[in-house]
Design a protein around this ligand. Structure first.
Ligand SMILES: [Zn+2]
Length: 378
């Protein structure tokens, strides 16, 4: 019989562990899901949250998790008020105020369910001071709270945090298997699945979002690839305009987020105290910043995959090209590039990402990167 844990594809041991944990009602208060990017941790965390919040609980078939009730549906759509997701909102990781906000929130009663679940992503970016704001709550959380921390390795997590969590190891999912998972979840072709995974830094859950119906990200990717193809025929002034265009296109999802935030503010205007409203506004601002850097990472990831493909062709491995749909353009670029020059361009992508992370204006960084690529393929 199907249950919510079936969606944790590629991780049979995790699936069985979580099934047994919920069936026997032995849920601890803190877990660390540890595994590389693309090991399906986020999806597993939401499935676990479903199992924890579903009112049918452990009494249902196979330990509950109907996957069909209102609570399950809301968790799956990431709209349940008692499941909260956190990601670093500072340039260098989690902010102290973020953790304080979470601690305050955790001390309040759940809104709809009997329990509350906090999913804390990229916990390797939780520095000492931000972690300290949260340690006491992690050590002695309110009885109805479950923390699910997500991290790439146990080594990257502060020992004080690690020692308070039950570790759930996730295995590396091979690229071909990951593409199969994304294709199965979206109905996209294997080729598109591989392209999306590449554009999303290897993350399966982001790749699924990338390909989701109504998402304009594939269109955006096409625009980036078209720009790269046109680069060598361009005047320098055109390049400047192209960088600005790409950044605008990359940031397109921000408009929807801003709109949603405005609505959220308007809805809360009458209930929330002024201080709480200000806090909400500050959080929204940080989330927009975080989302904007994610958009930029997607842009640089697509450029990286294009250069990587040029290098594959230069080394005679055309079959390893990811962006198969633009093969002729890649071949034309490979004719002008050399392996060392393409490697320089690849390094320029890394530098570009690092500069953006250090708050250098994206316009300046993407400009410089496009000029570098142009030099390599002209
Ligand atoms: Zn349910």
């Amino acid at each position: 019989m199907a249950d919510a844990f079936d969606c944790i594809v590629g991780q049979p041991q995790v699936r069985e562990f979580l099934r047994a944990t919920t069936a026997n009602d032995r849920i601890s208060h803190a877990y660390l899901f540890a595994g590389p990017a693309g090991s399906n941790k986020t999806q597993a965390a939401y499935a676990f949250a479903q199992a924890i919040l579903c009112p049918k609980g452990a009494k249902g078939p196979r330990g509950g998790r109907c996957g069909a009730c209102d609570a399950c549906d809301k968790v799956m759509r990431r709209k349940h008020p008692d499941v909260r997701y956190f990601a670093p909102e500072g340039a260098n990781g989690y902010l102290i105020e973020q953790m304080r906000e979470m601690v305050t929130d955790a001390s309040m009663a759940p809104i709809q369910a009997k329990k509350k679940v906090y999913i804390i992503d990229r916990v390797d970016q939780l520095g000492t001071s931000a972690a300290n704001a949260f340690l006491k709550t992690l050590e002695e959380p309110p009885g109805n709270v479950v923390f699910i921390l997500l991290g790439r390795t146990c080594d990257g997590v502060l020992p004080t945090i690690l020692s308070r969590c039950q570790v759930v190891p996730f295995r590396h999912i091979p690229a071909s298997e990951a593409a199969g998972i994304v294709a199965q979840n979206t109905g996209a072709s294997l080729l598109h699945a591989r392209i999306a995974i590449e554009a999303c830094g290897g993350s399966i859950s982001r790749a699924i979002e990338f390909l989701a119906a109504g998402s304009a990200r594939m269109e955006f990717r096409k625009r980036v690839l078209d720009t790269l193809e046109r680069l060598r025929h361009c005047e320098d002034w055109d390049v400047v305009g192209m960088a600005a265009d790409l950044i605008k296109a990359a940031n397109f999802p921000l408009d929807a987020a801003r709109q949603q935030f405005e609505q959220e503010l308007a809805q809360n205007q009458d209930f929330l105290a002024k201080s709480a409203l200000r806090q909400l506004e500050a959080r929204q601002k940080r989330q927009i910043t975080a989302k904007s850097s994610e958009c930029m990472r997607q842009l640089t990831a697509i450029i990286r995959s294009w250069i990587r493909d040029v290098m594959m062709i230069c080394s005679g491995c055309s079959d390893l090209v990811i962006n198969q749909d633009v093969l002729p353009a890649l071949q034309a670029a490979a004719q002008r590039a050399t392996l060392p020059s393409a490697l320089c361009a690849l390094r320029a992508v890394d530098e570009c990402e690092a500069s953006i992370a250090y708050n250098v204006s994206p316009e300046a960084c993407i400009d410089a990167l496009l000029f570098k690529v142009k030099e390599v393929i002209s």
